[in-house]
Design a protein around this ligand. Sequence first.
Ligand code: NI
Length: 156
Amino acid sequence: DRSSSTKIKDLKIGENHTISIIPTKYQFPRVRNLPNKVNKIDLNQKIALIEDRWNPHIVASLNGQDVKVAKVEGEFVWHAHDREDELFFVIKGCLEMQFRDKIEVLKPGQIIVVPCGVEHRPVATEETWIMLLEPHGTDHTGGVKTPLRQDQIKRI
Ligand code: NI
């Protein structure tokens, strides 16, 4: 019916998450009340649930992007993403982002955005906790076949 195509849909994903689906014919007003649906997410608490390394888990989604968290340690693979820019935020530890021409070392509270097409290799000499922001469906190895590649990205 007509009304359903002009209303924002809250698509429920997992236990605690929703994504706002905005129809192309969406009409004002844009103010909404969503009592008890908007909850904070504790990144440290989420990461503590992850046991393996280099296995990103989705904790939230917005505007077609996923917010992911991961525990990393050791060396990842050299890769690039054809069409996705990728943001890394270090929560704990130290992340070395290697590029073909330089290395950037990130401490907690620091971010780096790797533009699409740019080869990079994340390395961590100690257990490091990171948050990522990238479009939904981004392959975390950029299509590189490696035992570290996850086919399914879990939501926690
Ligand atoms: Ni990447």
